[in-house]
Design a protein around this ligand. Structure first.
Ligand code: ZN
Ligand code: ZN
Length: 238
């Protein structure tokens, strides 16, 4: 497939999404706007640079929620700098980090951050460790977090293990965006993407034979095409 050109943007009424970047093993970075509400999804490396191109610093301080699909570095690499930036710029409103249960990367980044800056932090950080698919709302946006199938290699480079991984479906004023995160072909994503106003589907596996970690272009397209519109992301860039 051809190189995906970032950013990718989509908007309907007061609901929009901008994907600054989504390159496997490098970085992801996504901004969701629902009227005045601002969310960041998968803040990989470079998120501060991209946010500062898009928003004024006082707007960045209004970000209320961070959504993390899983703990791989290309999805969480910017969390530390984002939390620190918000401290330096004197954010006062609370921030919630939503992440899958068992995602130790977020727990450890948070614990280290609190250890370093906890005594001198102008804003409150809430952790929402997601344990099930029960929908919840934040800033008038309904969120469904659904489990997906995503693995990583252990040190021997041959054996894989499933890691805590989610996709998110955001609904605002009857429009919805389904973001699958990193996933192999999975029935839960098939269900959530169907009929969505926008589906963002990863196609991170280059070969035609599925590897259980990422989807092939063919698999990703077959899911994307069931939505009203779709983007293929996380395609290896060569
Ligand atoms: Zn990834
Ligand atoms: Zn991953």
């Amino acid at each position: 497939m051809k190189k995906v050109k970032y950013p990718l943007s989509w908007s309907k009424d007061n609901f929009s999404i901008k994907i600054f970047c989504s390159i496997p093993n490098i970085a992801t970075g996504i901004l969701v706007k629902a009227s005045d509400a601002l969310f960041i999804v998968d803040p990989g490396d470079g998120i501060l640079r991209d946010l500062n191109k898009e928003l004024k610093p006082d707007q960045i301080l209004k970000v209320s929620d961070i959504f993390v699909t899983h703990g791989h570095h290309d999805h969480v690499g910017g969390v530390w700098s984002l939390l620190t930036y918000l401290r330096v710029m004197n954010k006062i409103t609370p921030l919630t980090i939503h992440f899958p249960k068992g995602c130790i990367e977020i727990v450890h980044i948070y614990n280290a951050f609190i250890k370093v800056y906890g005594a001198d932090l102008p804003y409150k950080i809430k952790l929402n460790e997601i344990k099930n698919s029960k929908p919840f709302s934040t800033n008038k946006v309904k969120v469904i977090a659904f489990p997906v199938i995503h693995k990583e290699y252990i040190f021997d480079k041959k054996t894989t293990r499933q890691i805590p991984s989610l996709g998110f479906k955001f609904t605002y004023e009857k429009k919805n965006i389904c973001y699958g995160g990193d996933t192999a072909y999975c029935s839960e994503l098939v269900k959530q993407a169907k009929g969505a106003d926008l589906a963002i589907i990863e196609a991170g596996h280059e070969e035609d034979i599925p590897d259980g970690i990422h989807m092939t272009i063919k698999e990703a397209k077959s899911i994307g095409e069931t939505a009203k519109e779709y983007f293929l992301v996380h395609v290896p860039q060569k």
